[in-house]
Design a protein around this ligand. Structure first.
Ligand code: SAM
Ligand code: SF4
Length: 351
């Protein structure tokens, strides 16, 4: 479906005027005073797993490769974003380690002056990719792993491979990346009884395990089956198991970061559905087909790839990015009210 790149809604035209009068360069901001210095770029849509909360077994209607951003186009966007004050990049997907140029994208980002370069992966290919990525300048890896049980791994991902992911995690830790985190989509009955096993991983390992609320981005295969387990309940469970746990300073996206005294790592909770942290949001999302999504829950996307294909200058592309972010809704609830979710799966948005 063609997206609303020309901002045709009357309220948006009104806000766009204020955008034009206020912004002609500098940092990327919105009308609510937020500044955006972190971009998440989905480099592909395809994946070697089929997580139940993300995609149906048969996959989704993947975009043909010709409709996705090329490596050169991604690099160009990175250069423009850096000039606009972006300091942190996260490559995601789909499965970013399936992208043939992922190492060179990291290398390009490092040379372009990105201060902090990260990647979110399911970890299956980390065994052979972790070292080249480290050498290319990657600063952090988030590994998505929802269970430590073989049977449940197959149930959730519909594939085998738990050992490979754990080997990849251990390799990342041994390479001493400045940041290694584990993303756990927390779901009632699937993995909520493993909370203590995950926290125990932080006893010896300098790892942050992060419990993420389930979000309704799966064309409703799982969302409607009562698996949601909210941030408050997660915190309650952690405090019951670890009464001496203490709260560390939370970052913009982690509801709380906890530390069990004496443990090497940390524990985070991300209220991805309850959205209590929208006021601190600093993220720009670029989909694999080159659309800016100014909020995870927003249906309004701004077509950067089309701008590029039309021969736009760097200055005009920068302006397109600023305009898209200026229109960011106040919070994820307001974003959701603007329209139905237009994407089939999180694999198209990048998480
Ligand atoms: N394939 C990579 C991976 O799984 O890490 C990167 C892409 S994946 C879409 C990015 C993140 O989104 C993962 O941590 C995944 O667990 C999370 N995710 C996907 N669908 C989700 C959902 N419905 N609710 C919450 N998180 C979700
Ligand atoms: Fe693939 Fe990541 Fe989606 Fe799982 S969450 S199916 S690993 S894109």
């Amino acid at each position: 479906m063609e997206r609303d790149t020309d901002l045709v809604r009357p309220t948006k035209i009104l806000k766009l005027k204020s955008f034009s009068s206020i912004h002609n360069g500098g940092m990327i901001k919105d009308q609510y005073g937020r500044t955006f210095d972190y971009v998440r770029i989905a480099v592909n849509e395809r994946c070697n797993l089929r997580c139940v909360y993300c995609m149906p077994e048969e996959g989704i209607n993947f975009m043909p490769q010709k409709d996705l951003l090329t490596t050169d186009e991604i690099n160009r966007l990175i250069s423009i974003l850096v000039k606009s004050g972006v300091k942190k990049i996260r490559f995601t997907g789909g499965e970013p380690l399936l992208h043939k140029d992922i190492v060179s994208l990291v290398n390009f980002s490092a040379n372009a002056g990105v201060k902090s370069i990260h990647l979110t992966t399911n970890g299956l290919l980390l065994g052979k990719m972790a070292k080249p990525l480290y050498e290319a300048g990657l600063n952090g890896i988030n590994i998505s792993l929802d269970t430590l049980d073989h049977k449940k791994f197959e149930e959730i991902t519909r594939r085998k491979g738990l050992e490979k992911v754990i080997d990849g995690l251990n390799l990342a830790l041994s390479l001493e990346f400045p940041s290694v985190k584990m993303n756990i989509v927390f779901m009632r009955d699937f993995n909520h009884r493993e909370i203590g096993d995950f926290v125990e991983l932080t006893r010896e390992k300098p790892l942050t395990v992060r419990f993420i609320e389930l979000m309704p981005f799966d064309a409703h295969q799982i969302w409607k089956t009562g698996k949601f387990f909210g941030a408050e309940l997660i915190e309650k469970e952690i405090r019951q198991l670890y009464p001496n746990v203490r709260t560390d300073n939370g970052s913009a996206t982690e509801h709380h970061i906890f530390k069990v005294p004496g443990y090497a790592g940390k524990v985070g909770i991300i209220p991805a559905f309850t959205r209590s942290l929208c006021g601190k949001c600093n993220r720009i999302r670029v989909t694999a087909d080159g659309k800016i999504r100014n909020c995870l829950y927003s249906d309004d996307e701004f077509d950067l790839r089309q701008l590029i294909k039309n021969g736009a200058s760097d200055k005009d592309i920068g302006k397109g990015i600023r305009r898209a972010m200026w229109m960011k809704p106040e919070d994820g609830w307001a974003a959701q009210r603007l329209g139905d979710q237009g994407r089939e799966s999180m694999t198209q948005i990048g998480g």
